[in-house]
Ligand binder design. Sequence first.
Ligand code: UGA
Length: 429
Amino acid sequence: MKLTLIGTGYVGLVTGACFAEVGHHVVCVDNDEAKIKLLQAGGLPIYEPGLAELVKKNTAAGRLSFTANTAEGVQKSDVIFIAVPTPPLPDGSVDLSFIERVARDTATAMTDYKIIVDKSTVPVKTGEKVAETIKRYCASRVDFDVVSNPEFLREGFAVSDLMKPDRIVIGTRSPRPVAVMKEIYAPFNAPMVVTDINSAELIKHASNSFLALKISYINALAAICENTGANVQEVAAGMGLDERIGRRFLNAGLGFGGSCFPKDLSAFIKIAEQVGYDFRLLKEVQRINTEQMDRFIKKIIDTLWVLKGKRIGVLGLAFKQNTDDVRMSPAIELCQRLQKEGAILRVHDPKAMDKARAILNDATWVDTLDDVAEGCDALVVATEWDEFKNLDLDRARKLLTHPIMFDGRNLFDRVEMERRGWIYKSVGR
Ligand code: UGA
């Protein structure tokens, strides 16, 4: 099938590449001409495992192309996916101006029946507004359908999440686009949930908020574990074996970050408020997440006492492993708060150093993991990168003034660390 993706961020680019991989002909559109030039020249604006190979292969096969011209993208396909950003506004609500712009541009360029599919995460009832906008701005008065098809990919695992999805959600008002949507997704062999548009939009916000709730729940349990001598990982393992609960997203740590959970929680709370429901449960999820960082910083201060002038090595800057994304990263917040206390930082991340440089000042950027500890008073693990488990602990001990580690992601074995003579503080253990 011929498909157009408008927006070449994480969702648009990875979805476009995966659609091409299963045999569709895909045009990716972005109004950022520099980004399109980079993609046309074989470069990638983001790091995502497996993406470079997919883009290269499908571009060479002629199934994937890039353009900065929205009208060209709209006219080349019957199905137009909107995958543009929906950033937060200061009051927690969502800025829908990019979606509105694309709806207008698509309407102006349409000359025959189109299916307009929203993939961006949007508040419930956005689809209705998109449909109204298209109707208003479509001079040729052609028929169209609007579909809500939210995306559930996780950064760092985006290609595998897309190629092997848990479910495909198709929200629509009319039966006409359902067969086409099913055909597009047939190669992915996933269960399909067909709903009305509002329910599809809600499924996305409800899913992300529930996952964030799960993380805050385990982080609250971590606080209780610390006060009682229990071990949160064992509690999570015991809970997780109950299929109704599941072990995933029960990793205690520094709290959740990234470009989705914090924004989607605020948006969902705001939407609930607008429709007359005070979503206090989700406000508590936010509060626990903020407190989780406070408690970790306190742990560092309780151990090192005065941070002013202390040298701290920080492992990890990305908001989680396998990505170079530092937006709303707990690791960056941690660094900034340590700096505010007067600490001097040596920092390292396998992929996110370039992007972190733009938002983190006055740190020493260390290229090699095993050199971070040099001359430091303590090490802090801030991101759950698997690579950090390979840290040469004996070398790190020698490079540190004292063998102290604050592990915000529970990467190391507590008993083993203590046996090796480390002062080792982790989360909920
Ligand atoms: C999240 C959802 O998991 C995706 O399903 C969704 O499609 C995406 O948002 C989106 O809305 O686009 P993502 O933000 O890429 O994906 O990352 P996650 O893997 O969900 O992690 C989010 C944060 O939670 C990270 O800071 C991570 O470190 C933290 N986390 C995750 C924990 O602290 N503990 C856990 O057990 C799991």
